[in-house]
Ligand binder design. Sequence first.
Ligand code: SF4
Length: 282
Amino acid sequence: MRELPIPGTTSASQLVAYAMCPRRYFFSYVAGIEPEFKSTALILGTIVHAGIGWWYEEKLAGREPALDALNRLVEADVLAATLDEATIRWRKDADAASLEADAKRLLRAYLAEYGDLPVTSTEALFSVPLVDPETGRVLGRDLKGYFDLVLEDDRIVEIKTAAKGWREDDLARHLQVGAYAYVWNTLHGGPSEIEVHVIVKLKGTPRVERYAIERGEADTRWFVQAAAAIEAAIDARIFPPSPSMLCHECECQKACLSLTGATDIQPAEAPGRHVRRFDVVA
Ligand code: SF4
């Protein structure tokens, strides 16, 4: 890979991206290539986050937010995000109108249940060194990011949107949750409680799943070791591909193919290629 500079700080998103596919990490964070498309899931998540942030910013400013105003904000956000429709990979039967309806539906469901949390700050910026808690040795770049919501009693809330529900097992080794717990423990000492709110986009009424997570010393050690190993690999500029069934969702697929001289993604029936499905006999 070319000797392009590595970003000066790391983040939970960078650690997750590298763990998913180091080559994709290189394209996104080091080479800085434009994504080949935007997914509707990503746009929806961004608009829902912005809506919840606006709701609590209004409350923190002493105003009473109203759903009508929130809906207008969503309409403006959807319009801005979909101006260049050609750059979006639409789900089957989806368009800007369905995206707007989904965003409003998810926000209504979330705020009906969690619209009155005792929030003290939104999008709270943090930046802490990545340090071995036992030896004090610096293990990589500073960890920088934002907490979605911070509550009066110091709990932090991380909000996710998802097409299907999560399981508690999904969170046991979740790098992002580990990063937030590490940061909160570093800033305030002692184990913290993190809440993850997953807004599940079901066909009818969305469901909000709420998980409370406490990370002890052993979990923190595991996270720090995992993050340090990833940081060492990035520093050594090790960016192998990680081909998987998720490649078709990769927004750097053409760039990845171009490394082997290919110019575009080949359809399954391209010359020299054959993918045939056999019927499964029950
Ligand atoms: S196409 Fe697959 S292997 Fe290539 S960068 Fe994307 S996720 Fe990684």
